[in-house]
Design a protein around this ligand. Structure first.
Ligand code: DC
Length: 217
């Protein structure tokens, strides 16, 4: 069967990466987390004390790779864990507003997609990176539902957190993603919207697989 591209966009904590990974596994496709690439740039800035104004002059120093287990490598070093740190999370939305950073990462993402057979999640995959993707999903969930998921994930990991604070952080990230000048979070006109507020992960995965199967027919 012909290999295709599946783009999954949506706001923070809408369950994109969990379902994207599972969809990729079911179809024997590669999963690519485009947010991790923005996080890798943020991590490089923190490590090397590079400012938001100056990062455009350092982009050639940054090489990002993934392995088959979805680990992320920055200049050949596995930084998968570091990319989830609070410092990186606090900086990354600002990094994602920089035009030169976006241009470089969009180019890399398009290179990674050349072989097709990929599921990529992010904010602008269906609207900018792969405008001709066969399947474009725009996944949403209420702020309350997303905050509760994050809160429960934290409990499962043994981390105590404050639900109200998580809600505020998610609302703030939505605002930043929706209001930036370059490639804001945007539903492509041909994307299919899925509201996952009351859906289980299995139902969510199944829905995307069904959309995919209808499209390839
Ligand atoms: O999905 P995430 O939380 O790992 O994304 C990290 C940041 O990168 C977030 O602020 C949105 C931004 N991002 C983006 O602007 N475009 C993408 N394709 C993916 C992520």
């Amino acid at each position: 069967m012909r290999k295709e591209i599946i783009a999954i966009d949506g706001p923070a904590a809408s369950g994109k990466s969990t379902v994207a990974k599972r969809v990729a596994k079911k179809l024997n496709y590669k999963y690519i987390d485009s947010g991790a690439m923005y996080r890798a740039v943020a991590y490089y800035m923190l490590k090397n004390k590079i400012s938001l104004e100056d990062i455009k002059n350092h982009l050639d120093e940054i090489v990002i790779d993934f392995d088959v287990a979805n680990n992320v490598y920055l200049n050949k070093q596995d930084v998968s864990k570091e990319l989830r740190s609070e410092e990186v999370t606090n900086l990354v939305a600002q990094v994602a507003t920089i035009k030169e950073v976006r241009e470089k990462l969009v180019y890399l993402q398009q290179q990674l997609g050349q072989e097709k057979g990929i599921v990529m999640d992010g904010r602008d995959i269906g609207s900018v990176v792969f405008k001709d993707a066969l399947v474009k999903i725009y996944q949403v969930a209420s702020v309350k539902a997303r905050a509760l998921r994050r809160y429960e994930e934290n409990i499962a990991r043994g981390i105590t957190s404050n639900l109200e604070q998580i809600e505020q952080e998610i609302a703030k990230r939505d605002y930043e993603d929706l209001n930036r000048e370059h490639s804001p979070l945007l539903k492509a006109s041909d994307a299919i919207e899925i509201d996952t507020s009351t859906m289980s992960i299995d139902e969510n995965v199944q829905e995307i697989i069904e959309i995919f199967r209808k499209k390839v027919k």
